[in-house]
Design a protein around this ligand. Structure first.
Ligand SMILES: [Zn+2]
Length: 156
């Protein structure tokens, strides 16, 4: 596994352990060239998913890309990283078990929003605002006000 810091391909595994309720193996890696430490996850991939974008283009499903967008949405939010890992794994399992290899980017967005809404409202709003591509501030305000009744219901 190539070191993400210096590009050295000869990195060492320091520790391996089950993660996310045994659906993944978490490996702590060390790069002897630069001293960098990083983590990799090994997971079962049930099928190769293809994403159909709204413009009709096809691209291989990229878990890392999905994870990046979710993590950006949850930046500085009080959500534990393991919780995010579990959420991403849950989303991927859902996608893999939909029975189709081709999945609409819209479907993925809906599933991500549903999952985010359950763990963090602010993260959900951030993701949704980008995903739904709100162009007018009015739309965004309307969206947030539509969201509010659910928020207060959650707190009851
Ligand atoms: Zn390195």
């Amino acid at each position: 596994m190539r070191c993400p810091f210096c590009g050295n391909v000869d990195t060492q595994v320091k520790d391996s352990r089950p993660a996310e309720d045994h659906v993944a193996i978490r490996r702590r890696r060390f790069c002897p060239a630069c001293g960098g430490r990083f983590t990799t996850y090994e997971r079962v991939q049930l099928r190769d998913l293809v994403v159909i974008k709204s413009n009709g283009r096809r691209e291989d499903f990229d878990r890392d890309k999905l994870e990046r967008s979710v993590r950006i949405s949850l930046q500085k939010r009080p959500v534990e990283p393991e919780r995010v890992d579990q959420m991403i794994s849950g989303i991927v399992r859902r996608l893999e078990s939909m029975g189709e290899t081709d999945i609409n980017s819209k479907q993925i967005g809906e599933i991500v929003m549903e999952a985010l809404a359950r763990i963090d409202t602010v993260g959900y709003v951030r993701f949704a605002s980008v995903y739904k591509n709100f162009q007018a501030a009015d739309d965004f305000d309307k969206f947030v006000s539509e969201l509010r009744p659910n928020v207060s219901a959650e707190n009851d």
